[in-house]
Ligand binder design. Structure first.
Ligand SMILES: NC(=O)c1ccc[n+]([C@@H]2O[C@H](COP(=O)([O-])OP(=O)(O)OC[C@H]3O[C@@H](n4cnc5c(N)ncnc54)[C@H](OP(=O)(O)O)[C@@H]3O)[C@@H](O)[C@H]2O)c1
Length: 245
């Protein structure tokens, strides 16, 4: 089997964390960010020969599939032409800020991933890796069939693209639970029971929002079974679309 190459657009916390896991799992990665390939030389050296850096357009064009791990606010900066025909993993969460909101998400007219799919017409968008932090990805990977293997939800409108992402998650050490369409992807989004907390457990009481985010970022992973993911998704009621900081 030839090596799969994952293009990573946005090599911050999530992109770098997934890159580490991917390289350790034997995949190739092409890393990109907003400042250019030279700024990624240190990370490339750390990750070794399976990693290289490029522009976002190169990562999109040259990879087998692409992780768009940049802020949702930078959505329009993605290389749309190069992503046409590609499977694009969307881990982006809507985090409104003073002066920046997306009314079509606030009104629940669209989920954030439907918006991503609209902007990337021609790509096949799959929502995944959005409800777990990079620290937990690096803690929780397990071989297929391990009793404590963790499951992650995915959503998408293209069955073949979903299968591709399911296979990628399997290579990375995770089971996948298909939650259906992009329209239904809110079921694992911010402000739902499937978002972040199952993978870290109960936070200490009394934290501010910023303290809570920092706690989640550094908390050891807690395994979550596929049955638990299904149970939490089934019990979900739609709340606010965004995660307010
Ligand atoms: N952090 C988490 O725990 C977590 C968990 C799940 C999902 N998410 C979601 O994952 C996404 C990334 O989060 P993060 O925490 O990794 O963010 P981050 O650490 O701030 O990194 C964002 C990355 O995106 C890059 N970027 C920004 N604009 C770009 C552009 N136009 N072209 C290419 N790259 C661009 C940045 O480039 P520079 O380095 O050059 O600035 C940076 O590498 C967000 O949408 C977030 O909602 C985060």
């Amino acid at each position: 089997m030839s090596t799969i190459t994952l293009g990573i657009i946005g090599t911050g916390m999530v992109g770098a964390g997934v890159a580490r896991r991917a390289v350790d799992a034997g995949l190739g990665v092409i890393l990109s960010n907003s400042r250019g390939p030279r700024t990624l030389a240190g990370l490339v050296a750390e990750l070794g020969p399976r990693a290289r850096a490029g522009t976002a357009a190169e990562a999109a064009r040259e990879a087998d599939l692409v992780l768009a791990s940049l802020p949702l606010a930078a959505l329009d900066r993605l290389p749309r032409a190069e992503l046409a025909g590609k499977t694009v993993i969307d881990p982006m969460n809507y985090a409104p800020k003073p002066g920046w909101r997306l009314p079509e998400l606030d009104s629940d007219e669209l989920t954030s991933s439907e918006l991503v799919q609209r902007r990337l017409a021609g790509a096949r968008v799959v929502k995944a890796l959005h409800n777990i932090g990079p620290r937990q990805v690096l803690d929780l990977f397990r071989p297929a069939g391990a009793p404590d293997r963790t499951a992650l939800p995915l959503s998408g409108d293209d069955p073949a693209a979903k299968k591709e992402v399911e296979d990628l998650l399997d290579l990375l050490g995770f089971d996948a639970v298909d939650l259906g369409s992009l329209a239904g992807s809110w079921r694992s989004g911010p402000n739902t029971p499937l978002y972040a907390f199952p993978y870290v457990g109960q936070p200490p009481a009394g934290l501010t929002v910023h303290e809570l985010v920092a706690w989640v970022q550094s908390a050891p992973g807690v395994p979550v079974s596929a049955a638990r993911v299904k149970e939490l998704a089934a019990a979900t009621v739609r709340g606010p679309a965004g995660f307010e900081m």
